[in-house]
Design a protein around this ligand. Sequence first.
Ligand code: NZQ
Ligand code: ZN
Length: 411
Amino acid sequence: MNDFTFFSPTRFVFGRGVTDRVGDELASAGYAHALVVYGQGSVVRTGTLGRVLASLDAAGIAHTELAGVRPNPEVGLVREGVTLARECGADLVLGVGGGSVIDTAKAIALGVPYEGDVWDLFVGAASPVAEGKLDVASVLTIPAAGSEASASAVITNDACQLKRGLSSELHRPVIAFMDPELTFTLPPYQTAAGVTDMIAHVMERYFSSVGPVPVTDNIACALVRALMQEAPRALADPEDYDARANVMWAGTLAHNDLAGLGRNASPAGRAGGWESHALEHELSAHDASITHGAGLAVIFPAWLRYVWADRPERILSFGRDVFGIEPVDAEADGVDVTPEEAVRDAAEATIDALQDFFVSMGMPRTLGELGVTAEQIPALLATLEQNKGAEFGDLRRITLDDARAIYESAL
Ligand code: NZQ
Ligand code: ZN
């Protein structure tokens, strides 16, 4: 088990009706003016925004609104938000939405004290500073990205078709309001994509070169099993509170680093090589209509089929603990397979089971279903190289040729 530093300082306010407590909680934490950031209308239609604003009013917290964050959020609106936050004198950025909204809130919070273009922070041309940055809080409406407790924000710049992550403790949210009833209105596709993203967050950490770390590996597999049990219930009955609540909390635990502790290569680093996320981010950078989780449903199994043999013990323990799949024992089971074939069959059966689960929720199996064609692969590889260099990853180092092969295998 490797050394680690674990810091998860977010205050979670979880349960029925917490949406109406936003103002009181933020007032007791000392905030006076919130820049309220939200997406393309769902929170207006569902009444969530109205409840949040009423709660701020009742607690005497001033507010200014920034609407219109799109899925796979773009830096243009972040720039607008930075200007607005400075003009209105906000001391907090409150995201009311999902990962796209919260990531936009985070980028605004760090952009406020920076005099140059906020995009500089995402390409490493400047580092975020603590002095003058704003705090971030969220009212989560879709469990998926885990941004409500993560130290990262992911923003796209359409001008250069780059989607970049920025990791910083400075924008990790101070408070997350998690009201499972807000997720009753989620369309099935978004519910499924969110669950896929959570499972991917666990698996990116699990399928790395470090380990085994039984305490962490068991947490990881338990999260995946819980999601595979609760997600179908939430899809069958969107107003099943317990299913929605379990899915929501699993989304946080999948990405606040708990599920990777001791598997991290450096004490302050995150476990895993995040290969599938790197490959997916190129899809949604080039076509913002591709939902992150849906891209992962295609990419993760394709990546795993390509690399599992470098660390067969990882796929075997995952198959056993999540799906109850074990390699056959030729002698005991009276079958004619070599030990290598038995391992390969168990690995493939595990990946098939994982992919079938994603598909059973309504996720795509192929890149073609997402509208991605073979002709687009060179453009994906060009921006992948800008983001990740010629080689990246941990379970196996992935070259651009490997990346091409993985994309092609998923067409
Ligand atoms: O824009 P509105 O109208 O609000 O609609 C949203 C959006 O279309 C809708 N929605 C959200 N809550 C709803 C709802 N519809 C009905 N009822 C509700 N209660 O859902 C759609 C998707 O929202 P979005 O915020 O884009 O989803 P998600 O949370 O999956 O976020 C995806 C973004 O997060 C990034 C992804 O790359 C992507 O850009 N990620 C961020 C991470 C982080 N910060 O730690 C890690 C992740 O790996 C991920 O990369
Ligand atoms: Zn993700």
